[in-house]
Each structure stands twice: as structure tokens, then as C-alpha cells.
Design a protein around this ligand. Structure first.
Ligand SMILES: Nc1ncnc2c1ncn2[C@@H]1O[C@H](COP(=O)(O)OP(=O)(O)OP(=O)(O)O)[C@@H](O)[C@H]1O
Ligand SMILES: [Mg+2]
Length: 246
């Protein structure tokens, strides 16, 4: 695994716009976003509800096309790529983690890790999934189904699933939104470890200043505009910078 992983700049957005009309005539979405994300770093994207965080993630992952601008994922321009190319790039380079885990209820933890990638056509040895389960600290839970796992454990399975095909980029949209404080800390520690140990570029979308504080840098979006980038900011500072602008 990891053979296809790209180094240095994993994702580059230039002047990305994706606007949605509102009944009143005004528009929302993304306006001229420029940003780049490097291998082995953890970035947080923060901002008030409706500021365009999920839209940014959808565009960057090739799930929504921008109206204008360019998006380079592992050196490939994706904004105008064919559906076929996008499917391949997503399958090989991008992993996703969601707020509500999105595991398959009828499968065991171990099966949840390798079966989706196999169904998408990747050859994943079971032993690789076993190693990942170990890495996320759930060796003893291989045969458990999602309903038999805590929220934090389910999210750890989801992170292992997202990593199974050796992606360059891991997107997590509010990965701790459904978790309590202790589980939140464990998931953050795991995301930081994954970033450091495997050189994956992790981009976390979050409302939570505690989550943002653990990132290498914080990008603040307000009304579709990237208004600032913070490094080394405390949770209080991040809260002030995002909430004050809402
Ligand atoms: N498919 C769509 N059609 C129309 N408008 C949309 C669509 N997707 C998003 N929007 C609008 O674009 C804006 C940005 O939405 P987005 O989901 O990116 O915000 P967000 O920052 O992720 O918010 P939240 O924190 O609530 O998840 C919002 O005003 C939203 O209503
Ligand atoms: Mg969102």
C-alpha cells in the first residue's frame, strides 16, 4: 500500500468558485478560494454554518464541479476531468470520514474496512485490514458489528476504512461531531498519528475550536471567502476568529 501516494503538495485550489443562488437573489457558496495542502500535514477548515466548508471539501474531492478555478489533486487537474477519471482518482487518492461514521451495519468491523475498497476494484489483502484495525487500537473488535461498538470505536473503524487503499488525502467532515469529549480526544490523536506516521494529508472540516487547535494550521472561511489562515492559535483565539465573524 501507499505506492501511489504523492509527496509534497497533495491538493492545490486556485480561484475556486461554486455559487448557489438563493431565492432573494443573493448567492452563497465559494468565492475565489486559493489554498494548498501538503503531505504529512493536518489542516482544519473552520467557519460558521453555511460558510462553504462542505462545499470546499466536495469540490476538492471531485464530488462537485466548481463553476470556475482549478483544482489539482496529486498533480492531476480534476475540475474538468471525466467522471471515469474522477472515480479513479477518488478511489486511489482520497479517503473520507463522516460525522455519522457511515459503516455498513450488517458487516463486521474488519469487513467494513476492506470490503468497500474491494467492491470498488482494489485488491486489498485481509491482513492489511487486520494491521489497520490494530493501528486504530481495535484488534479485539474485528468481529463486532457497528451496533456493538461505541461511537468512538465506530469512527476508528471508519478511519481505518478510509486509509485502506493508501490515499494521499483524507477528508474528514466534522469527524468528532457525534462524539463526547474523551472519544473526541482519541480520534484527534489518531488523526494526528495517521498524518505523521503515513504522510497522508488530512483536511478536517469542523465547527469545534478544540479540533481546530490540534491542526497544523486553520483556514477560516466566511461566506465562501477564505479570510485567514492561523498557525499555532489557541482554541480561544480560533473561537474568537470564527464566531466573531459569523
Ligand atoms: N446543492 C446545493 N444547492 C443549493 N445551495 C447549496 C447547496 N449546497 C450548499 N448550498 C449552500 O451553500 C452554502 C454553503 O454550504 P456548505 O454546506 O458548504 O456550508 P458549511 O460551511 O459546510 O455549513 P455547516 O457548518 O452547516 O455544515 C450554504 O448557504 C448552503 O445553503
Ligand atoms: Mg458542512
Amino acid at each position: 500500500m501507499g505506492d501511489r501516494r504523492c509527496s509534497s503538495v497533495v491538493l492545490r485550489l486556485r480561484d475556486v468558485c461554486r455559487l448557489y443562488g438563493r431565492p432573494g437573489g443573493e448567492q452563497s457558496g465559494l468565492r475565489g478560494v486559493c489554498a494548498q495542502f501538503e503531505a504529512g500535514t493536518l489542516a482544519a477548515v473552520c467557519g460558521p454554518s453555511g460558510s462553504g466548508k462542505s462545499t470546499l471539501l466536495m469540490c476538492a474531492a471531485g464530488l462537485t464541479r466548481p463553476a470556475s478555478g482549478t483544482i489539482e489533486l496529486c498533480g492531476e487537474r480534476i475540475e474538468a476531468a471525466s467522471e471515469r477519471q474522477l472515480t479513479r482518482i477518488r478511489r486511489d487518492q482520497v479517503g473520507f470520514v463522516f460525522q455519522n461514521f457511515q459503516l455498513i451495519e450488517s458487516l463486521t468491523a474488519l469487513e467494513n474496512i476492506y470490503l468497500p475498497a474491494r467492491l470498488a476494484g482494489r485488491r486489498i489483502p485481509v491482513e492489511h485490514a487486520v494491521r489497520l484495525l490494530e493501528q486504530v487500537g481495535l484488534s479485539g473488535r474485528a468481529e463486532h458489528r457497528p451496533a456493538e461498538l461505541s461511537g468512538g470505536e465506530q469512527q476508528r473503524v471508519a478511519i481505518a476504512r478510509a486509509l485502506v487503499a493508501g490515499p494521499s488525502l483524507l477528508f474528514a467532515d466534522e469527524p468528532t461531531g457525534a462524539l463526547d469529549g474523551a472519544s473526541r480526544e482519541q480520534i484527534l490523536a489518531l488523526l494526528r498519528e495517521v498524518t505523521r506516521a503515513s504522510g497522508v494529508c488530512v483536511v478536517v472540516v469542523t465547527h469545534d475550536p478544540v479540533v481546530a487547535e490540534s491542526a497544523d494550521r486553520v483556514l477560516v472561511l466566511v461566506d465562501g471567502v477564505l479570510v485567514e489562515e492561523l498557525t499555532g492559535a489557541s482554541r480561544d483565539e480560533i473561537a474568537r476568529r470564527t464566531v466573531a465573524r459569523a
